[in-house]
Design a protein around this ligand. Structure first.
Ligand code: ADP
Ligand code: MG
Length: 376
């Protein structure tokens, strides 16, 4: 296993910037996810690590050794793609065994050893019944697991997995995710994992890098990324429903700072948050505009007034989930989502009924507006 470092890596395709000044380290044995929307540059980063693409500028290191000029076959990596790239004329068994036979790894396994290795990973991923089939006789989900098995069968220095379970149905996705996690901890593998699905990233990773338009927006543990989004983009990308992002203005009255967004919504801002609110604010036409972020589980919901800072809004919609409900309010311009775990209460709010809401300001953030809230 090896540690991997990207140092100020930029990749241009003609005038198009695919990756911009990305510095990122994955320690030996670490599970690092790169998460971001389509087109953010995730696959490009993996291809650069694999040596399939060169960098325009910057450096790539494996275990402290600069590998910029090392061709793919000399980098000890295994890669799985979202598109399976199986050899159509080979049985599943031979597809999976293929990396074990590649002369460059010089493994020289006996047929018996090879069978054992293939059987082990096939059993692990639940494809042992498929080994004699040709790829054309597999479903998309089966092909994806075969492709993953082929990537995992050998023990390279680094695994590079590009949306390897994107095409599995929800149930299979979850079980394969559990297996991947088990695999990672069993073999202490260095894994760089690309996904646009934040749930996979949160569930699997030791650390996550959030990529936006070729640049890293935030890097941290899953808890850090979820609990303290550095930007409105991260808050809106990670979480379902996404973080509430409310545009409003800073109002000062009698020496107290308030955040106000429309007639029905003004809250007094806790003293320790005022500085960050002012810092994130933008001055426009004599007003101070800012964006407040709070996750839906940090808004309390009640039929009774909860504090002096409570406010009332009419219920717009309710969605019941297994162990909670998401109650939506219309703030005029954006929706406010509230996750309620109350045993009974949230279940019987009526549409248009006025409910009391209260923000837990330990979980309130102020941001410069960088994403279009309407599209969140
Ligand atoms: P992601 O994997 O996050 O969806 P990619 O790394 O595939 O994103 O692409 C990043 C950006 O670079 C996109 O805008 C994409 O259109 C562009 N791009 C990727 N590969 C090429 C290429 N071979 N030629 C031109 N542009 C490319
Ligand atoms: Mg991609």
């Amino acid at each position: 296993m090896a540690g991997v470092i990207l140092e100020k890596v930029t990749k241009l395709y003609g005038p198009k910037i695919a990756v911009q000044d990305v510095s990122l380290a994955c320690k030996e044995g670490e599970f690092l996810s790169i998460v971001g929307p389509t087109g953010a540059g995730k696959s490009t980063i993996l291809k650069i690590l694999a040596g399939i693409e060169s960098v325009t500028s910057g450096n790539v290191y494996f275990d402290g050794r600069r590998v910029n000029d090392l061709p793919p076959q000399q980098r000890n990596v295994s890669m799985a793609f979202e598109t399976y790239n199986l050899y159509p004329h080979m049985r599943v068994y031979d597809n999976v065994a293929f990396p074990l036979r590649a002369p460059r790894w010089n493994l020289k396994l006996t047929p018996e050893e090879e069978r054992r290795r293939v059987a082990e990973i096939a059993r692990f991923l639940g494809i042992d019944e498929l080994l004699e089939r040709l790829p054309q006789h597999l479903s998309g989900g089966q092909k994806q697991r075969v492709s993953l098995a082929r990537a995992l069968v050998r023990r390279p220095a680094v695994y590079l997995l590009d949306e390897p379970i994107a095409h599995l149905d929800a149930r299979l996705k979850f079980s394969t995710q559990t297996l991947l996690k088990e695999f990672a901890s069993k073999y202490r593998s260095t894994i760089i994992y690309v996904t646009h699905d934040y749930r996979e990233a949160l569930g699997l990773s030791d650390r996550i890098a959030v990529l936006r338009r070729g640049s890293i927006e935030q890097e941290g543990t899953p808890e850090e990324i979820y609990n303290t989004p550095a930007t409105d983009f991260v808050g809106s990308l990670i979480g379902e429903p996404p973080m509430n992002l409310i545009d409003g203005e800073v109002v000062t009255r009698n020496g107290q700072a308030f955040f106000s967004a429309g007639d029905n919504f003004t809250i007094q801002v806790r003293d320790d948050l005022v500085a960050s609110m002012r810092q994130a604010a933008r001055h426009a036409e004599g007003r101070m505009l800012t964006r407040l972020g709070i996750r839906c589980e940090h808004v309390a919901l009640s039929r009774a007034k909860l504090s002096d800072n409570s406010f009332q809004l009419p219920v717009y919609a309710i969605a019941h989930e297994a162990d909670s409900s998401v109650v939506t309010f219309d703030l005029g311009g954006c929706f406010l989502y509230v996750r309620s775990r109350g045993e009974t209460e949230s279940r019987d709010y009526r549409l248009s009924e006025k409910a009391w809401l209260d923000f837990d300001q330990s979980h309130v953030f102020f941001y410069q507006a960088t994403v279009d809230v309407a599209k969140v």
